[in-house]
Design a protein. Structure first.
Length: 274
């Protein structure tokens, strides 16, 4: 009996040594929304039906970003990657707090009805202990969307201090397919941030009530004429710069536009001057 007790004590001692001193391999942390703390998707929601392209919006800790982005993937139920794109930070990403993000992901039409959206912490080290994921189950629509995605550029309340007037952030908008995407994008810009975009920190310096009176694109130059509301009660170099940047960046997303000329009631002189 005494011999059995000694053997049992030795076995327990060996197990304690293994638990205390032998490292256990770390596994990636997978957070199922909506309870994940490191990253969250606001849209689409779990079990939503999606079609290509899809706009993904949410927030993640600053540590998830590398050079302001991290990867987003769409996979089918067999784990095949149908499409991938970087999620872009809306504001300064070098922070210990959370940062809003957006991504637009085009993907191949799947054979299966169900799949997942996967957010993956950017991990340039390649070390397993630095990996982290969030997955959201979704369903696929039977056909691709008859829409297109355009970008509208806004400021951000999370912008790095000192860059508020100069650095704009793209918000992605799904619009019906059109032969005039530049004008459609500009109309989307003038509508201002949506409630969802407002929650993500987007903001505009453009007055409400601004209308496009004409837009022409020729020889690399976009000429856009607005009504007087564009500069009504607008003052200060920062706001003027921000307004110009919102308009110019939105138009310059199109390869046909390298320069932008802004006018009000046909006149360019004195327009948007501080």
């Amino acid at each position: 009996m005494k011999k059995v007790a000694i053997i049992l004590a030795v076995v327990i001692f060996v197990l304690l040594v293994i638990l205390l001193f032998v490292p256990v391999p770390k596994r990636p942390i997978i957070s199922q929304l909506p309870t994940g703390e490191d990253a969250k998707i606001f849209s689409p929601q779990a079990k939503d039906t999606i079609s290509s392209p899809i706009i993904v919006k949410g927030q993640a800790k600053g540590s998830w970003f590398f050079e302001g982005s991290f990867p987003v993937k769409i996979v089918d139920q067999d784990g095949t990657v149908l499409g991938a794109s970087p999620a872009t930070a809306i504001g300064a990403w070098m922070t210990t707090g959370t940062v809003p993000f957006e991504a637009v992901v085009g993907f191949a039409q799947p054979d299966s009805a169900n799949g997942t959206i996967i957010l993956a912490k950017d991990n340039p080290s390649g070390l397993p202990e630095n990996e982290n994921f969030v997955i959201v189950p979704i369903s696929f629509a039977a056909t691709s969307s008859d829409s297109q995605v355009v970008k509208v550029f806004f400021g951000s309340k999370y912008a790095e201090q000192g860059s508020e007037c100069d650095v704009m952030y793209p918000a992605y908008r799904m619009i019906p397919k059109t032969q005039a995407p530049a004008r459609a994008a500009l109309e989307e810009l003038l509508s201002g941030p949506t409630a969802e975009e407002d929650n993500l920190g987007y903001l505009t310096s453009i007055n409400p009530g601004v209308k496009i009176q004409s837009l022409t694109i020729a020889n690399g130059t976009a000429k856009v004429d607005f009504n007087q509301a564009l500069q009504q009660s607008v003052a200060g170099s920062c706001r003027v710069t921000a307004i110009r940047n919102e308009i110019e960046n939105t138009l310059k997303q199109f390869s046909a536009v390298q320069n932008v000329v802004i006018s009000i009631n046909g006149k360019t002189e004195g327009v948007l001057q501080p």
